[in-house]
Structures are given as C-alpha cells and as structure tokens.
Write a new protein. Structure first.
Length: 268
C-alpha cells in the first residue's frame, strides 16, 4: 500500500486538494468537480443523487489541527454553499477531529442544517488504500499535469454541447490517457458483438521482461462431435507449440486466472 504523505502534500494545497478530488470523482460517479476560477461557491465538487438530492463536497488540504482561522474558512465556505441550497454538505480534510473539533463541527448544524459529515484522515487513508494508483500519480507528476487531469475529469461529465467536435476531442484525449496506462502495452478499444466494448492489448516495442508478461492459467475444452471445434482445437495445439494467434469462444473457456503487470490488474 502506498502511504499518503499528507504533511508534504499540504505544502502544495492545490495538489493535495486535486488528489482528494480525483478520489471523490472515482468514489462517486455522479459527482462533478467545480472550476474554482473566480470562486467555487463553497464547494469543490457536487453531485445530484439518484433521488435528486444535491450533495456539496468541500475539500481542504489542512493537516494538524483545525485552528480558529481554519474554522473561519470552513464557515465562510458554508455561507457560500448555502446559496445552492444543498441537501447535504460534507467536509473532506486529512484531519481526524478531536472531541473539541467534533463538537464544533456538530454545532454548525444549528445554522447550517445540511452539514452532514466530516471525512477525515482515517476515512481518506482507507479509501486511498484501495486506489493507491492515484497517490502514485500525484507523487510522480507535476502540479500542472495533475490539475489538467481534474479539468479532463470535469469535462468528461459535462454534456457534449458542441456535438461531434466535443466527442472527437474527448475521444482523442481518453485515447491518449489509455496509452499511458502501461509501459508495455498499447490499448485498442472497439465495439464488439451486441454492443459490448472490446479492449485489445498490443505489445509496445520495448525489451521483453518478466514484468510485461500476461499469463493465463485455466481450463480449455473442445467438443468432440463438433468439426469446427475440432479444427479450433488443432489450431490451439499448434499455437501452444509453435506460437501464433488463436481465437476461442466463450464455450471453450473454463475457470481462468490471469497474471498481468500491476498497471493492468484492475482490467484482469
């Protein structure tokens, strides 16, 4: 598990808040990031739930304790977010509240009844444990690149206002991102039978290594009374012995275990 260096990230508030924003976008598919240029209206993200409730999320990069100046910032955010009349509002900050801070937070509901929960450091660490690729991304990329990813995530959830030009632009952007997933494989995406999405991994021209190998372990079966299946079996045997390509149907495949490079394990 990749540990989140909150104290170091807090030195770059935009990076820290962007990292948390990327996590929330992944956790809540309906959420949208807010472009804070000119003010964010007391929310860094918002979502409309399946029952049409509005939830606002405020992200802070604070670490240590929630001092008075920080509490004042939170209350100012609440004044702003109240204008959008949310049903709920969550504070997301890498601080686990002590009893005094929790008492202060709970007291906010007397003026702002939509205040819901304080998602602190333990909450964030637990979720980042399942999404540590985001932490690695934040640690190994420039501030500008991380902010670009937030802008892209926001755009992906907007409407295609310009129609086909927007579709082409986003398709090309996602295609570029797909090629960054793995140093060993290029990604091809196409439509398969009955509208299914097919993902094809094509080896990049890089030196072979054990890390790049994709291994399948499992059972393959062929029908003895089916001439086409018998021909397929012969092709399979030859491919295993001499190399080559073979296409199997779902009926040929039994339980299967896939071993793949780390960056592809979510796919496998």
């Amino acid at each position: 598990m990749v540990e989140v260096p909150w104290e170091e990230l807090a030195k770059k508030p935009k990076v820290c808040e962007s990292l948390v924003t990327m996590l929330l976008l992944r956790l809540y598919p309906r959420a949208q990031a807010v472009d804070g240029t000119g003010g964010d209206g007391g929310r860094d993200l918002f979502e409309y739930t399946a029952v049409n409730e509005l939830i606002n999320y405020e992200v802070k990069s604070f670490t240590g304790r929630m001092a008075k100046s920080r509490r004042d910032q939170v209350q100012q955010s609440l004044v702003s977010t109240a204008r959008s009349q949310p049903d709920h509002w969550d504070l997301v900050v890498p601080i686990d509240p002590n009893p005094t801070e929790q008492l202060w937070f709970d007291g906010l509901r007397s003026e702002f009844p939509f205040v819901r929960q304080w998602c602190g450091r333990s909450w964030l660490d637990a979720h980042f444990a399942a999404h540590d690729d985001l932490v690695r991304y934040a640690l190994h990329n420039s501030d500008a690149r991380i902010l670009d990813r937030i802008a892209e995530a926001r755009a992906e959830r907007d409407c295609l206002l310009r129609g086909i030009p927007d579709l082409i632009e986003r398709y090309e952007m996602l295609s570029r991102r797909a090629q960054e997933l793995s140093p060993h494989y290029r990604v091809r995406v196409s439509d398969g039978p009955e509208g299914a999405t097919l993902v094809e991994l094509v080896p990049k021209p890089v030196p072979d290594s054990a890390e790049a190998a994709i291994q399948f372990t499992g059972q393959v079966a062929f029908q003895l009374n089916d001439p086409e299946d018998q021909a397929r079996q012969q092709q399979f045997v030859e491919a295993m012995q001499f190399g080559g390509e073979i296409t199997l149907s779902a009926a040929n495949l039994g339980p299967m275990t896939v071993s793949a490079p780390a960056e592809l394990r979510a796919v496998s």
